[in-house]
Ligand binder design. Structure first.
Ligand code: HEM
Length: 509
């Protein structure tokens, strides 16, 4: 038995060694990327932690440089640690090679590859991105300003009524904005049933994209085994996710069609696709799944930055005070700041930029190489994962002095954004799959952060003896990260500020 096992292992090792040798010898003259030495079969799996792998990958960058490679169970993983290298590969002549994202088997089974985020059909992807661009490009932003006012002022009112639930209010804010952009649907109550269903989809999507969490991603043939076999519960789960996703997408689509028929449809992606585009340009399937995935792309990412902002205000009271002084000087106490004040609120703007740098919501994200490619003399293999390590790019000490400190002032006095230095040019990704929601995200973040600072003080919560409760500042693991849950104290800055919150809510309600 022991002999059989050893014999089998030896055969497998020999197979992988031979495969690598054959591959290298077919790519004459190409070298191997630097990187840690892989073990047979498992490759570098044992040197990677199960939590926050991006930090370890950033440490490797100090040893091996801005592009290096690892191996995981035979698959090459090329890690990009600088925006220059990422742009050269993902925006240069070979950009088309790296268009796709890896498609884990569970995603296909759950139907989440329909839409945009994980769409593999390049024709459908092109249409979905065209549609997203048509509704989310900068010149379309004014269409959503009234919705931003409504949702942000409602958020302020919710914060003033129930400050301890700030994390839920943040989530509700971004959900409301996204559903408005995708379907023109205005969320009025905190227990809206459509939001409830969209949240279930968001949670399922997040679970499905935890790549390591599903055995079928590693052993795809399992997908073809019957569901009644023991240990196949994941198959029924994937089917339930798929049914829920399709039903949500159809419900949203029908809702907009009804609104159009009644003449009550608000501006949205679905309305644009159905009414304002060349007839037949967008098939129904493209419209409804792309619209539904706006929720997956825009919700947790924007919420993550807003939650990080609250945490950082607890940790850096002097930064909060400086921003409030700027708002008081530029705006005064009688009204809330808005997007038109952005050019006068440089320090608030710098806070948005620095939060995104210090705590990027997506620390790391892979693309998939569609064929063998030689880059700087080294081979990127067909099917390699090409990892954008945003966290490493944004914490590079050669680029940012004291990179682990929160210092918004580093962004003051900057006239033009340098694409390889400014965090908001990096955190949204690169090239053909760059985030289509980036302009909306920036406007949402600026307006929400400026208004919170104008009317609230954020500070440590206190225990029963009056001692401050210090948040750990730690980050969750996963595809989209966020501060681990923490408590804090959020109170109106003055009775006049409390009154302004109430009045501003009534103005938009
Ligand atoms: C601070 C907030 C946000 C961050 C940090 C962020 C970041 C990202 C990143 C890194 C990507 C992948 C880019 C790449 O592969 O190069 C992405 C894709 C995407 N984002 Fe965002 N995003 C944010 C907000 C939004 C918002 C508000 C929306 C929608 C209104 C949105 C919709 C999407 C969609 C649909 C994709 C998939 C695009 C594709 O696969 O082609 N995002 N985002």
């Amino acid at each position: 038995m022991a002999f059989n096992l050893a014999y089998t292992l030896a055969l497998v090792c020999a197979y992988f060694a031979l495969r690598r040798f054959m591959r290298r010898s077919t790519q004459q003259g190409s070298l191997m990327f630097p990187g840690p030495t892989p073990l047979p079969i498992v490759g570098n799996a044992l040197s990677l932690p199960s939590q926050k792998v991006w930090i370890k990958l950033a440490e490797f960058a100090k040893l091996y440089g801005s592009i290096y490679a690892l191996r995981l169970f035979g698959r090459q993983i090329v890690v990009l640690n600088s925006p220059e290298v990422a742009r050269e590969l993902l925006e240069g002549n070979s950009a088309t090679v790296y268009t796709n994202r890896p498609l884990p088997k569970i995603i296909e089974l759950a139907g989440f590859d329909k839409g945009v985020v994980l769409e593999h059909d390049l024709g459908k992807l092109r249409l979905a991105r065209k549609l997203l661009h048509s509704v989310l490009q900068p010149k379309q932003m004014p269409l959503y300003h009234e919705a931003l006012d409504y949702h942000i002022n409602t958020f302020l009112r919710n914060l003033s009524q129930d400050p301890d639930d700030f994390s839920q209010h943040i989530h509700h804010l971004t959900a409301g904005i996204n559903i408005e952009v995708s379907h023109g649907y205005r969320v009025k109550s905190r227990d809206d049933s459509y939001v409830g269903k969209a949240n279930v989809f968001g949670e399922n999507f997040a679970r499905a994209t935890l790549h390591n969490g599903h055995i079928v991603n590693w052993l795809p043939f399992l997908a073809y085994l019957p569901t009644f076999l023991p240990g196949m519960g994941w198959k029924a789960r994937a089917r339930a996710w798929r049914d829920q996703y399709i039903s949500l997408a159809q419900e949203g689509h029908e809702m907009v069609k009804d609104d159009i028929a009644k003449g009550t449809a608000r501006p949205s992606l679905t309305l644009t696709a159905l009414e304002e585009s060349e007839p037949g340009l967008y098939p129904d399937e493209t419209i409804m799944f792309t619209a539904t995935q706006v929720y997956a792309g825009g919700g947790d990412t924007t919420s993550s930055i807003l939650t990080s902002f609250v945490l950082l205000m607890v940790q850096y009271p002097e930064t909060q005070k400086r921003a409030q002084d700027e708002i008081d000087r530029a705006i005064g106490p009688g009204r809330l700041p808005g997007l038109s004040d952005r050019s006068n609120l440089h320090y608030v703007d710098a806070i948005v930029t620095e939060v995104a740098r210090l705590r990027p919501p997506i620390p790391i994200l892979p693309r998939l190489a569609a064929r063998d490619e030689v880059y700087n003399g080294c081979l990127i293999e067909d099917n390699a994962y090409v990892m954008m390590n945003f966290w490493a790019m944004l914490h590079d000490e050669d680029r940012y002095e004291d990179p682990h400190a929160f210092k918004p002032e580093r962004w003051l006095g900057i006239e033009e954004r340098d694409a390889n230095h400014h965090p908001l040019e990096i955190v949204f990704g690169f090239g053909r799959r760059v985030c289509p929601g980036r302009y909306l995200a920036e406007e949402t973040l600026f307006a929400a952060i400026a208004r919170v600072l104008a009317v609230f003080n954020i500070s440590h919560a206190e225990d029963s003896k009056g001692n401050p409760i210090i948040p750990s500042g730690d980050t969750t693991n996963g595809g989209i990260t966020c501060p681990v849950p923490f408590t804090c104290k959020i109170r109106p800055r003055s009775p006049a500020a409390a009154e302004l919150v109430q009045r501003s809510f009534e103005d938009v309600a």
